[in-house]
Design a protein around this ligand. Structure first.
Ligand code: HEM
Length: 237
């Protein structure tokens, strides 16, 4: 594995961390939020420069369900990120003296809406790359052979995270945020800071799990008709 690819993954990890930090607006306030958001957007520009070749493959790419889904998710992510970027500029305190003239209620609501959709879509984006991420983890830890106990343990952990993620979605009222409903139940950071991040991570884990296992199911479905055809062929021979 090349050191450049590894550092790209470290940048991705930092961008994901900054996204979670951005969601915790009421923890450290506006300045920290705007600095973290700016750093995240800069990292994501670099991320897209590194991945620029992928855009060239879209037109010629295979039209199997996974690659179509990947294309749709990437463009939805781009749309949500652009909405987040445009609303950030409109409501930024730093860019407008103190309070931006566009810092209206609706723009702020669209900003929050885009942020929570970004959390969900980035998680799907990562779920699609989970086999690659697991491959990197195996290389870094020197794991070369499959192990049934380890696989079973990791699956139990994944299921536990997904169940926690369902609970966390209710705790953070993610449904109301994804549907732009008025909500007053913001997280109380004076009570717990770690709790907020654990809930966000569990929600991300839930969508990663759903995506990863949905892709596995799609792949298994794709393989099945072929083996059925092979069986039929053998019967006729
Ligand atoms: C916090 C946000 C994000 C995280 C954590 C993230 C993570 C990742 C990771 C781990 C990879 C594979 C390794 C790599 O190439 O670096 C990847 C690939 C990619 N990402 Fe992101 N990403 C994020 C945001 C975005 C955004 C906003 C876009 C633009 C729409 C984007 C577009 C892509 C593309 C085009 C690829 C290559 C796709 C492929 O090879 O199938 N990502 N991302």
């Amino acid at each position: 594995m090349s050191p450049i690819f590894l550092s790209r993954l470290v940048f991705d990890l930092i961008a994901a961390g900054l996204l979670l930090f951005g969601l915790s607006y009421w923890w450290l306030g506006n300045v920290a939020h705007e600095v973290a958001g700016t750093a995240m957007f800069l990292l994501l520009i670099a991320h897209n420069v590194f991945n620029r070749r992928w855009y060239g493959t879209i037109a010629k790419g295979a039209r199997e369900p996974r690659s179509l889904f990947n294309i749709v998710v990437t463009f939805l992510l781009m749309l949500a990120m652009l909405a987040l970027l445009v609303t950030s500029v409109l409501i930024s305190n730093a860019l407008s003296g103190v309070i931006s003239p566009y810092a209206g209620f609706t723009v702020r609501q669209i900003h929050t809406l885009a942020a929570y959709w970004v959390l969900v879509i980035v998680s799907v984006h990562l779920g699609l790359r989970w086999p690659m991420i697991m491959g990197v983890a195996r290389k870094l830890t020197g794991i070369t052979k499959p192990n049934a106990v380890r696989t079973a343990l990791l699956r139990v952990i994944a299921i536990a995270i997904a169940i926690h993620g369902v609970w966390s979605s209710f705790e953070l009222a993610v449904g109301t945020k994804l549907s732009m409903q008025m909500t007053l139940d913001w997280w109380n950071f004076e009570e717990s800071v770690a709790g907020f991040f654990i809930h966000c991570l569990a929600i991300a884990g839930l969508y990663m799990c759903l995506t990863y296992y949905a892709m596995k199911w799609l792949q298994a479905r794709k393989r099945r008709p072929r083996s059925a055809a092979a069986v039929a062929e053998n019967v006729h021979q």
